[in-house]
Design a protein around this ligand. Structure first.
Ligand SMILES: NC(=O)c1ccc[n+]([C@@H]2O[C@H](COP(=O)([O-])OP(=O)(O)OC[C@H]3O[C@@H](n4cnc5c(N)ncnc54)[C@H](O)[C@@H]3O)[C@@H](O)[C@H]2O)c1
Ligand SMILES: O=c1ccn([C@@H]2O[C@H](COP(=O)(O)OP(=O)(O)O[C@H]3O[C@H](CO)[C@H](O)[C@H](O)[C@H]3O)[C@@H](O)[C@H]2O)c(=O)[nH]1
Length: 355
C-alpha cells in the first residue's frame, strides 16, 4: 500500500467509519483504522475487507483494495500508540470519527464525553503536527445550529449554544480546529456537519449496530420491523410541521461516506478551513420515515404517539449547495432507498454484529 495515499480513520470500525473505509478503498486510498471498539466490532472491518474484495472482482475497486486496510485496536487518547502508527505508516490525512455520540448519555456522563471527544482530538492533532501531517476531516453535526431561525440551514447560519455536552464537544472541536488553522495556515481542515445519517451498505453486511434500545429513530423503527420492539414511539405530533411530527434531513450513510472522500480530494490542491453541510436538502417527517420503512419491510409498522422529547427541534434540514460547489459532492439516494438498505442490514443481522 506504499504508493497509495494512506488515510488514518479514527473510529473506522463504527457506523459511518466502516462505510467510509469502503469508499476510500474503492477510490484507491490506503486505510489505517484506529478504533478502541468501545462502540463497535472488529467484524465490521473484516466485512469491509470482504465487500471491497468482491468489488475488486467486479472491477469496481483496485485489485489490492482488500489488502490496503490495516486495523489497530487502540484508543486515540493513547499518544504513544498513535506515534507508533505514524511510525509504521506514511499518513497523508486523517478522518476523525472517534468519539462518543449519545446525546442523553452525555448529559449523564459529561466528564467522560468531554474527556474522550475533546482530549482525543487534542492528542491526535498534536501527533499530526509533530509528524507534519496537517490534513484532517472532522465529523461535526448539524446539532451546532441548535434551534434554527429558519430552514434550510446554510453554513452561514449562526452556531447556537449547545443543549447537551455531546453538542458542546462538536461546537468546541470546530472552534479548536478553526483556531489551529489560523495559527498555522498549512493545515487543511474540513468540518463536515452531518444531518441525520441512516441506511446501510447495499450488501447488507455492515450497518448501524446500537447497543441496547436505540435512541435514534431509524434504528428504533428497524427493531420494530424485526419484531424486537412493539411499536414506533413518535415523539410529538403537535409540531408546526406538515403532519405535526418532527422533520429531519435523513442522508444515506453511503452518500455521507462519499462526502468524506470528496473532502480529502479537495485537500489535494486547497488550503485552509471549510465548514460544509452534508445533507440532502430534503426534510422528511417521522411519519414519512415510518411509511418508507413499512414499504421496505412489507408491513405497516404500528406507531404509538408520545409526548415531545426534551431538546428536540421541530424542523431541521440542510441547504446542501456548498457541498456541491466546494467539494463537487451531492447526495444521490432517497428515503426509500435508505430504508430498504437499513432493512436489508437489519433482517440479515437481527442481532447486529453479535453472533
Ligand atoms: N450517527 C450520527 O447520527 C451522527 C451525526 C452527527 C455526527 N456524528 C459523528 O460522527 C462520528 C461517527 O459516528 P458513528 O455514528 O459512526 O458512531 P460510532 O459510535 O458507530 O463510531 C464511533 C467509533 O469511534 C470509536 N471510538 C470512540 N472513542 C474512541 C477513542 N477514544 N479511540 C478510538 N476509538 C474510539 C467507537 O468504538 C466507534 O467505533 C462521531 O464523531 C459522531 O459524533 C454522528
Ligand atoms: O424513537 C424515536 C426517536 C426519534 N424520534 C423523532 O425522530 C426524529 C429524529 O430523531 P433522532 O434521534 O433519530 O435524530 P436527531 O435529529 O434527534 O439527532 C441526530 O442528529 C443531530 C443533528 O441534527 C445530532 O447529530 C444527533 O447527534 C443525532 O442523533 C426527531 O424528530 C425525534 O423526535 C421519534 O419520534 N421516536
Amino acid at each position: 500500500m506504499s504508493e497509495k495515499k494512506n488515510i488514518l480513520v479514527t473510529g473506522g470500525a463504527g457506523f459511518i467509519g466502516s462505510h467510509t473505509c469502503i469508499e476510500l478503498l474503492q477510490a484507491g486510498y490506503g486505510v489505517v483504522v484506529v478504533d478502541d471498539l468501545s462502540n463497535s466490532s472488529e467484524k465490521a472491518v473484516d466485512r469491509v475487507r470482504s465487500i471491497v474484495a468482491d468489488a475488486a472482482k467486479e472491477g469496481k475497486a483496485p485489485a489490492d483494495a482488500a489488502e490496503s486496510i490495516v486495523f489497530y485496536k487502540e484508543n486515540v487518547l493513547d499518544r504513544a500508540a498513535l506515534e507508533r502508527i505514524f511510525d509504521a505508516h506514511d499518513i497523508y490525512g486523517v478522518i476523525h470519527f472517534a468519539g462518543y455520540k449519545a446525546v442523553g448519555e452525555s448529559v449523564e456522563k459529561p466528564l467522560e464525553y468531554y474527556h474522550n471527544n475533546l482530549v482525543n482530538t487534542l492528542v491526535l492533532c498534536d501527533v499530526m503536527r509533530e509528524r507534519g501531517c496537517k490534513n484532517i476531516v472532522f465529523s461535526s453535526s448539524a446539532t451546532v445550529y441548535g434551534e434554527p431561525d429558519s430552514v434550510p440551514l446554510s453554513e452561514s447560519a449562526p452556531k447556537k449554544p449547545a443543549t447537551n455536552p455531546y453538542g458542546w464537544t462538536k461546537w468546541m472541536i470546530e472552534q479548536i480546529l478553526t483556531d489551529l488553522s489560523v495559527a498555522d495556515p498549512a493545515w487543511n481542515i474540513v468540518l463536515l456537519r452531518y444531518f441525520n445519517p441512516i441506511g446501510a451498505h447495499e450488501s447488507g453486511l455492515i450497518g448501524e449496530d446500537p447497543k441496547g434500545i436505540p435512541n435514534n429513530l431509524v434504528p428504533y423503527v428497524a427493531q420494530v420491523a424485526i419484531g424486537k420492539l412493539p411499536a414506533v414511539r413518535v415523539f410529538g405530533n403537535d409540531y408546526d410541521t406538515p403532519d405535526g411530527t418532527g422533520v429531519r434531513d435523513y442522508i444515506h450513510v453511503v452518500d455521507l461516506a462519499r462526502g468524506h472522500v470528496a473532502a480529502l480530494n479537495w485537500m489535494a490542491d486547497k488550503h485552509g478551513v471549510e465548514v460544509v453541510n452534508l445533507g440532502t436538502g430534503k426534510g422528511s417527517s417521522v411519519l414519512d420515515v415510518v411509511a418508507a420503512f413499512s414499504r421496505a419491510c412489507g408491513r405497516e409498522l404500528p406507531v404509538d404517539i408520545q409526548p415531545r422529547r426534551a431538546g428536540d427541534v421541530a424542523e431541521n434540514y440542510a441547504d446542501p449547495r456548498k457541498a456541491e460547489e466546494v467539494l463537487g459532492w451531492k447526495a444521490e439516494y432517497d428515503l426509500d432507498r435508505m430504508c430498504a438498505d437499513s432493512w436489508r442490514w437489519q433482517s440479515m443481522n437481527p442481532n447486529g454484529y453479535a453472533e
